[in-house]
Design a protein around this ligand. Structure first.
Ligand SMILES: Nc1ncnc2c1ncn2[C@@H]1O[C@H](COP(=O)(O)OP(=O)(O)OP(=O)(O)O)[C@@H](O)[C@H]1O
Ligand SMILES: [Mg+2]
Length: 232
């Protein structure tokens, strides 16, 4: 397994938020973490990238225990993180945002600026525009591009469809699949949007109250099974 999470717990102050998460993701998989608002999906991502310290449990990446590593060290090992709400630098241009990605990403890789522009042509068109003036969908493409440019082997993506128009969500799903197929990149994404889950996920983990309540294995991800768990 590429990523093995065992008994992962975390708290905000005295409040426990994650209560022993177990999950395992293989190389080249695309796996969704689903569940309703406030169940701990974002907290899980923050723990995986190291922005929040685990209070118990372990995270192994390619056989190595990374539970105590800083987010920078995890990025250098090839883990890219795109936060919920995207977090691009609004007063920097598109191109400057991408260059920052080059600096903080897995620096051993060669630049992939041209590749990012190929995947997301709108970013090339807008490369001199301030990121803060982009639409939600363009900012999401930029946030993904900024991570891609560092050549990650594992991408953690928190709610890519949020505030993004459906046609751009489709484009983003298509690009993520292409990246997996062409570059072998593994993707773990948080999502609540049914169509996005169906378009992208090969497998799902369902979260409830800080725990993995269920797994939807490969071949069982369907409109019915997912809808049941999101209770739409
Ligand atoms: N910085 C914080 N300090 C204290 N509590 C927090 C903090 N961030 C989140 N929480 C709480 O932790 C719980 C899990 O939040 P989290 O953001 O992980 O949920 P989520 O599944 O990502 O929700 P959403 O679907 O709304 O994004 C919630 O009860 C939330 O109120
Ligand atoms: Mg969230």
């Amino acid at each position: 397994m590429m990523l093995e999470v065992s008994g992962l717990s975390a708290r905000y102050g005295a409040t426990p938020v994650l209560r022993g998460i177990d999950l395992a993701v293989g190389e080249r998989e695309i796996v969704a973490v689903i569940g309703r608002n406030g169940v701990g999906k974002t907290t899980t991502m923050r723990c995986l990238i190291g922005l929040l310290r685990a209070s118990a449990g372990s995270i192994r990446y390619r056989g190595r225990d990374i539970t105590q590593l800083s987010p920078d060290d995890r990025a250098r090992l090839g883990i890219g993180y795109i936060p919920q709400g995207r977090d691009v630098f609004p007063r920097m241009t598109v191109q400057e945002n991408l260059v920052v990605g080059e600096l903080i990403g897995a620096s051993r890789r060669q630049s992939r600026l041209d590749l990012v522009f190929e995947y997301f042509p709108i970013l090339k068109e807008r490369r001199r525009q301030m990121a803060g003036t982009l639409s939600g969908g363009e900012q999401q493409q930029l946030a993904i591009g900024r991570v891609l440019i560092g050549g990650p082997d594992l991408i953690l993506l928190d709610e890519p469809s949020e505030g993004v128009q459906p046609s751009i969500v489709k484009l983003i799903c298509r690009v993520l699949r292409t990246i997996r197929d062409d570059l072998g990149t593994t993707v773990i994404f948080v999502e609540q949007n049914l169509d996005t889950i169906l378009a992208l996920a090969e497998r799902c983990y369902v979260m409830e109250k800080g725990e993995i309540a269920q797994e939807l294995p490969k071949g069982t991800v369907s409109r019915e099974s997912v809808r049941n768990h999101l209770r739409i």
